[in-house]
Design a protein around this ligand. Structure first.
Ligand code: F6P
Length: 340
């Protein structure tokens, strides 16, 4: 098994559960280090019960991770195919990019792959939920709660920038839980002017502070139109992604200028991905890991684990390919009901 892409709380819980199921089924699990890079370079380590003992509550991944894309490394796919000769199958735990590679290796080369969807962004199609999201929501909600008290003391506008490259799940969910006064997400971009109007409306009814939650993937949008998505490094990674970040500061500056209210910004960044998973994420990750181990034992490849309603089920890997699960209007409306 390997873990690829950005880490998230719960990866170790999947590794532990899959290892347990595989060992119990008489298999010899192997960890591939550093995501797809480990398949290109042949970086393996044996996994047994001792190796996964005590890792359930630990954040990060004992297998390490990378954003290597074998399809953009010269000779990468051939090297991955050679690594597969040493394996009966591969459980790839990752987000859209890692699962996209897994799907291509299965569809184009018939390689025996099983996917497990992870990301704090919760934007993978084909599953109702990814593990890691619940933990990130808890961290962001706690941050909003803490910012509330200091915002209120100083009569300030507090802008909180959360992760969410393509989808606003994290912003909307922590915004609902934390009582945000405006939430800005890529799916339904409000303008800065409308945001300022909502804040002014609060002030005119005696609320001298406001909390604005913004997704890193929301482009600064004025009435005149949307700007570029803010990046801290515009160079693209192996999957074609720029490093996002910075829209919170842009928004804070624009709001302060329009409203005249003192505004501060907090960017939560990788704090949202670190630390111990919540009980919910540990359980979901464990369910995914056990099912992935079972699928490997029974040689059912080309599938991924998915949450559908309350059930964890196998689903075609292709369900996750080439599309994203974005926030529906009805869910955003729950946050919107409390704007201003
Ligand atoms: O995709 C998950 C994610 O956390 C995004 O929300 C964010 O843009 C990105 O990863 C950050 O990745 P990195 O760890 O490379 O900074």
């Amino acid at each position: 098994m390997l873990t690829g892409g950005g880490d998230c709380p719960g990866l170790n819980a999947v590794i532990r559960a899959a290892t347990r199921r595989l060992v119990d089924g008489g298999a010899e699990p192997v960890g591939v280090l550093r995501g797809w890079r480990g398949m290109v370079e042949g970086l393996f380590r044996p996994l047994d019960l001792a190796a996964v003992s005590g890792i359930l509550p630990r954040g990060g991944t004992i297998l390490h991770t990378s954003r290597t894309n074998p399809f953009s490394v010269e000779g990468g796919v051939e090297a991955v195919r050679r690594s597969f000769e040493q394996l009966d199958g591969l459980i790839a735990i990752g987000g859209e990019d890692t699962l996209g590679v897994a799907g291509r290796l299965h569809d184009e080369f018939g390689l025996p792959v099983i996917g497990v969807p992870k990301t704090i962004d919760n934007d993978i199609a084909g599953t109702d939920r990814t593990f890691g999201f619940d933990t990130a929501v808890s961290i962001a909600t706690e941050a909003i709660d803490r910012l509330h008290t200091t915002a209120e003391s100083h009569d300030r506008v507090m802008v909180v920038e959360v992760m969410g490259r393509h989808a606003g799940w994290l912003a909307v969910t922590s915004g609902i839980a934390g009582g945000a006064d405006v939430v800005l997400i890529p799916e339904f971009p409000l303008t800065v002017e409308r945001c300022a109007e909502l804040i002014r409306a609060r002030h005119s009814r005696g609320k001298d502070f406001s909390i604005v939650v913004v997704s890193e993937g929301w482009p600064l949008t004025h009435e005149a139109g949307a700007g570029e998505i803010a990046t801290t490094n515009a160079e693209l990674d192996a999957f074609g992604h720029a490093r996002l970040g910075g829209v919170g500061q842009q928004l804070a500056d624009a709001l302060e200028q329009i409203t005249g209210f003192e505004t501060r910004v907090t960017t939560l960044g990788h704090l949202q991905r670190g630390g111990t998973p919540t009980a919910y994420d540990r359980v979901l990750a464990t369910r995914y890991g056990l099912l992935a181990g079972e699928l490997a034992l029974t040689k059912r490849f080309g599938l991924m684990t998915a949450l559908r309603g309350d059930d964890v089920v196998p689903a075609p890997l292709s369900d996750a390919a080439g599309k994203l699960r974005t926030v529906p209007r009805s869910y955003y409306a729950l946050a919107e009901a409390f704007f201003g």
